[in-house]
Ligand binder design. Structure first.
Ligand SMILES: *[C@@H]1O[C@H](CO)[C@@H](O)[C@H](O)[C@H]1NC(C)=O
Ligand SMILES: *[C@@H]1O[C@H](CO)[C@@H](O)[C@H](O)[C@H]1NC(C)=O
Ligand SMILES: *[C@@H]1O[C@H](CO)[C@@H](O)[C@H](O)[C@H]1NC(C)=O
Ligand SMILES: *[C@@H]1O[C@H](CO)[C@@H](O)[C@H](O)[C@H]1NC(C)=O
Ligand SMILES: *[C@@H]1O[C@H](CO)[C@@H](O)[C@H](O)[C@H]1NC(C)=O
Ligand SMILES: *[C@@H]1O[C@H](CO)[C@@H](O)[C@H](O)[C@H]1NC(C)=O
Ligand SMILES: *[C@@H]1O[C@H](CO)[C@@H](O)[C@H](O)[C@H]1NC(C)=O
Ligand SMILES: *[C@@H]1O[C@H](CO)[C@@H](O)[C@H](O)[C@H]1NC(C)=O
Length: 666
């Protein structure tokens, strides 16, 4: 702060004491501006959070994408961050790597490429970020650690960025280190070096997608690291930063935030975060985990997206309040705009920020959120009471000549849930550089010179419906399948991909294949088995059948299962009823994925490289299994769980194929 600014502030306070009637706030650029605004974003991944989105039929899928990305329509997101798939469980599932094996490269797996292209189609200016959570096992050379061979890890990550350009014409703008895990200074420098020598000087590095420390201290202490790191990105910062981080002069981001159930309370948390991350923490970008809740609602953190779209079978989706709260900022700013220095807290609670394009446009956003702060992911550090207040804004400097501001208003009523979102109110007249506005509690206002905001809408989507009780998939996807994964299968350990075996005489030319053959560098406790779940978590009694093919001679093992009760980071402890056959000629029926609780076992005569049909029937407390249509075991007694998903999988990280999947639920 220079002496001019100090003088100005003292003068303002003095003038205010003399003439101000109520609560006065001065918006002024005379003595310079604040930090450059980088945008509001959503995070797809960490992990598999967009899994069900790709399987929506048109026009619903495009509508959802419009609510997220289309400028001046809905959330109008300015940043899309995606997971660089690492074949491992990363919260709500696994995402496939572009290099399952050292000699393997494929830039068409998963749905993140598709999602980035859809986002770019709608907003060519959208900023793209990639970040790994996990890595294929070979990257760690067998260790659960990605930094033993930092040049291998760097070239693995850089190949993803090169592939994005080469195969999808996507320019990745930023890349991260290892989500919420250790960073390694040497690796960060090698990553910078590898980017530069590949012609990717423009790609910036974010570190370390964890807490403000220790990365800040490392950056301060190490000149070379300082040059390598462009952005200090912290997760769930609770709107604050540390003084040392500000002192680095680096751009500060909340590179993952929100993670709150997307009802109105979640919308309120998001409103406060978006303003106060800058007011309290000088953060110039905020990224929501997650982008869109497109994963089974009974997986961990159900509905923690800006909106919900987890029923591709019905077409139903729900545009939730966080979409409109985002719009309050994104529809009236662009990355590259600048925050004013004059931002802050409101006297009777809440906060205000103001941004400008430095060409005369001004956008002011106020929020006055009251609700119980404990429901937001991080406790709020300024828990004073919020009450209705009249505030006077004075527009000075470049803004002195503004005569009118467009008004957009949202209000939460947490008692009745009668919520009004993104209402376009009558413009405010600015008289001699000032105006008064009454702010009630739990409101968000955008006051702006930008005229073309819009509350976009589509006709209501079809009503919500449960997963179909009868479901079949023969995986016969000819030509180049649009996606590498079969609809509605949500991989929880391992990766299940469409597979074409042109030498097969039939009927198994097109199958689904588990392809991860080595335990990845994990992010959470993946199972030691692989598993993909599907269906309705409420399913109890059903008949499921699937053709299975073990590829691993002697050591192979595959299963079909129902009433599977867990996925995500706790998938290892999943219970259910699992029917396994092995290449050594045996079968087993277990009550859990880990195989600890055996309900039945015996000889099956099964071996590798032969197709078998497994049928599992569960009714009440009893289960029975058939092999190729003949009873193999029956009357296995089970008590728990009472319900859960259907699933397929393997007994280890081994290749195996599945075909002609079907379920018939009661
Ligand atoms: C992209 O950015 C440019 C420069 O800021 C701007 O003129 C243009 O309107 C933006 N396009 C969209 C679709 O937002
Ligand atoms: C504000 O933004 C609009 C639209 O981006 C632009 O046309 C106009 O020139 C800008 N400046 C002012 C002073 O409105
Ligand atoms: C907030 O208001 C409640 C009652 O309305 C009061 O008990 C409490 O002390 C107030 N807290 C603060 C920080 O003013
Ligand atoms: C704001 O000012 C208006 C007009 O003077 C007045 O009616 C209203 O009660 C005031 N609101 C508050 C919260 O003071
Ligand atoms: C703000 O601008 C007005 C003229 O638009 C001027 O009268 C007033 O003194 C300015 N206030 C400050 C604090 O600079
Ligand atoms: C408001 O919605 C929340 C969940 O979002 C619910 O728990 C609460 O009961 C609702 N309140 C009313 C009055 O409907
Ligand atoms: C492909 O089909 C041929 C002929 O049935 C079989 O020998 C081969 O093992 C199959 N390959 C795989 C990977 O399943
Ligand atoms: C697929 O399985 C069903 C039973 O669920 C069976 O009727 C059908 O013949 C099988 N199709 C093939 C191609 O094996």
């Amino acid at each position: 702060m220079n002496t001019g600014t100090q003088f100005f502030i003292l003068l303002s306070i003095f003038l205010c004491i003399r003439v101000c009637s109520g609560d006065d706030y001065f918006l002024d650029d005379t003595f310079g501006l604040g930090r450059s605004f980088d945008g509001i974003g959503g995070l797809s991944g960490g992990g598999a959070t967009s899994r069900l989105l790709v399987n929506y039929a048109e026009p619903y899928r495009s509508q959802i994408l419009d609510y997220l990305f289309k400028p001046k329509f809905g959330a109008s997101l300015q940043i899309l961050k995606v997971e660089i798939g690492g074949d491992a469980q990363t919260t709500d599932g696994t995402e496939p790597s572009h290099m399952h094996y050292e000699d393997d490269e494929n830039y068409f797996r998963g749905y993140e490429w598709w999602l980035m292209k859809e986002a770019k189609k709608r907003n060519p200016n959208i900023t793209l970020i990639g970040l790994p959570w996990a890595f294929p096992g070979w990257v760690g050379n067998g260790e659960n650690w990605p930094y033993s061979f930092p040049d291998i890890t760097a070239s693995y990550v850089v190949s993803w960025i090169l592939g994005a350009k080469q195969y999808h014409d996507l320019d990745i703008d930023y890349v991260g280190i290892w989500n919420e895990r250790h960073f390694d200074s040497k690796y960060i420098k090698i990553l910078r070096y590898t980017l530069d020598k590949t012609g990717l000087e423009r790609v910036k590095i974010i570190a370390s997608d964890n807490l403000w420390e220790p990365i800040t201290s490392y950056v301060i202490a190490d000149r070379e690291l300082q040059d390598a790191v462009d952005v200090l990105g912290a997760h769930y910062p609770g709107t604050t930063t540390v003084y040392a981080a500000i002192k680095t002069g680096k751009t500060l981001w909340s590179s993952e935030d929100y993670s709150t159930f997307n009802d109105n309370v979640g919308g309120g948390c998001w409103a406060r975060i978006l303003n106060q991350n800058y007011v309290n923490g000088k953060m110039t970008a905020t990224i929501s985990w997650n982008l869109v809740a497109s994963y089974y609602g009974d997986l961990p953190f159900g509905r923690d997206g800006l909106m919900t779209a987890n029923e591709p079978w019905s077409g139903n989706y729900v545009v939730e309040s966080p979409i409109w709260i985002t719009a309050h900022t994104t529809q009236f700013t662009e990355p590259g705009w600048t925050y004013l220095q004059t931002v802050g807290h409101l006297k009777n609670g809440g906060s205000y920020v103001a941004l400008t394009d430095e060409r005369g446009n001004l956008t002011i956003i106020t929020e006055t959120m009251t609700h119980d702060h404990s429901v937001c992911i991080r406790p709020y550090l300024f828990p004073y009471n919020v009450t209705a207040q009249n505030v006077t804004f004075h527009l000075n400097g470049s803004f002195a000549s503004i005569s009118e501001l467009q008004v957009w208003h949202s209000k939460f009523d947490f008692k009745t849930n009668n919520t009004a979102m993104m209402q376009n109110l009558k413009p405010i007249k600015v008289i001699e550089g000032s105006f008064i506005i009454e702010l009630d509690v739990d409101e968000v206002y955008t006051l702006t010179t930008i005229r073309n905001g819009q509350k976009g809408s589509y006709p209501d989507p079809p009503p919500s419906a449960p997963f179909p009780k009868t479901y079949k998939d023969d995986f016969d996807v000819q030509g180049n399948p649009y996606f590498s994964e079969a609809p509605n299968f949500a991989d929880q350990t391992g990766v299940f991909e469409y597979f074409t075996n042109l030498t097969d005489p039939g009927p198994h030319v097109f199958t689904l294949r588990q392809v991860v053959t080595q335990r990845p560098v994990t992010w959470v406790a993946d199972a030691y088995q692989t598993i993909s779940v599907i269906g309705d978590y409420k399913w109890q009694d059903l008949v499921m059948s699937c053709e299975v093919y073990m590829e691993a001679v002697h050591t192979g093992g595959v299963f079909v299962a129902v009433r599977v009760d867990k996925g995500g980071g706790v998938v290892r402890s999943a219970k259910g009823i699992f029917f396994w056959v092995y290449a050594d000629g045996t079968y087993k029926v277990t009550n859990d994925l880990s195989g600890m609780t055996i309900l039945a076992e015996g000889l099956s005569g099964t071996r590798a490289r032969v197709w078998y049909t497994l049928t599992l029937t569960v009714k009440g407390n009893y289960a029975a299994g058939e092999l190729n249509g003949y009873p193999l075991w029956k009357n296995a007694v089970l008590w728990e769980p009472r319900n859960g998903w259907a699933a397929i999988g393997t007994s280890s990280f081994e290749p195996a194929q599945f075909d002609n999947f079907s379920v018939e639920a009661e």
